[in-house]
Design a protein around this ligand. Structure first.
Ligand SMILES: [Zn+2]
Length: 82
């Protein structure tokens, strides 16, 4: 069945909580494909990912936004107009 929205929402929440605790500010989540959703930190551009391998039921979280601190303290990115 396709009724896994709850698990997807839970994985996104884990990503957002983890990214926020590292200082990131995630933007809108975008569906890259059926098994991959991504969001980018609006400050430093680090990605957070929610992935579901084709043969698995659970979504997994990952991406640089969960692996490293936000770079906003060290680098000022001023080219984020778009
Ligand atoms: Zn960041």
């Amino acid at each position: 069945m396709m009724n896994d929205n709850g698990q997807y929402a839970a994985a996104v929440e884990i990503c957002e909580t983890g990214a926020r605790s590292s200082g990131h500010l995630l933007g809108v989540w975008q569906q890259v494909d059926e098994h991959l959703h991504a969001s980018m930190c609006e400050v430093c551009g680090a990605m957070a990912l929610v992935v579901r391998p084709g043969n698995e039921r659970c979504w997994r979280t990952g991406g640089k936004a969960l692996e490293q601190e936000c770079l906003k303290e060290g680098i000022r990115i001023s080219e984020f107009g778009a």
